[in-house]
Design a protein around this ligand. Sequence first.
Ligand code: IPE
Length: 257
Amino acid sequence: MGGTVVIKWGGGLITHKDKLCTVNQGVIESLAEVCKNSNKNLVIVHGAGSFGHMKAKKYRLADGRIEGIEQDEAVQDVRNDMLELNQIVVTALQAKGLDVKSFPPHKWAKGTGPNFSGNLPIHDGVTVVYGDVVDDYVKDFGILSGDDLMLRYATELSGVERAIFAIGEVDGILRVPPSKAGPDDLIEVWHPEMEFEGEHAVDIDVTGGIGLKAARGAMIASKGVDVILVNGEIPQRVSDAIEGFPVIGTRIVLGNC
Ligand code: IPE
């Protein structure tokens, strides 16, 4: 049995981000196949995409309780939508014969951002968690991003070999927004002092887009864990990243190395 690898399946990768509650079933199945073929202990953190951001944005759930807006139903709806997406992910992994257990964060985590509270649940087989609407001490509720779960799992579990962010549509962090990028614009090694012009769909995204992944990736790297962003639409790259082989993507390192 290999060591532990913590991997994010980005919401923009596993769903169609602009169509409410629609999954990218082909991608989910190919990612599940990659997991089946690995002998690592896997922790999978999945994002929300169109199962989370749209309604959360409309009802301002990331801001917490706001007087004058009826938000309770939306909190429930988004939690249910995320349970539905999570079930699709879990079913795809189980269909490959994997022993999977999922831990919905609204049941065990409280607070948002990197310092949320709650003991990180872990399963002997494949552990699955996801970005969710969680209770919050101050705001009543809020959005806990999968990127913050990545940070905590990658840095607090023992024996983590690397953290991988599998993302949709791009090969990693690009120097310019994807719409303007050419083949030479992939940043192969990124460190926090380097600037990039990330495209963040603030109109639909209630968490941090590529910028949050880069920031959390840097925090993970600062604890000595390897971090790589790869194009999750190309299964071989995800597989190579999990096994620690050289792969096209963006490695996040500390300082100018
Ligand atoms: C967001 O989680 C959770 C909700 C909006 C409910 P993430 O921040 O991990 O989601 P993606 O990967 O950007 O979709």
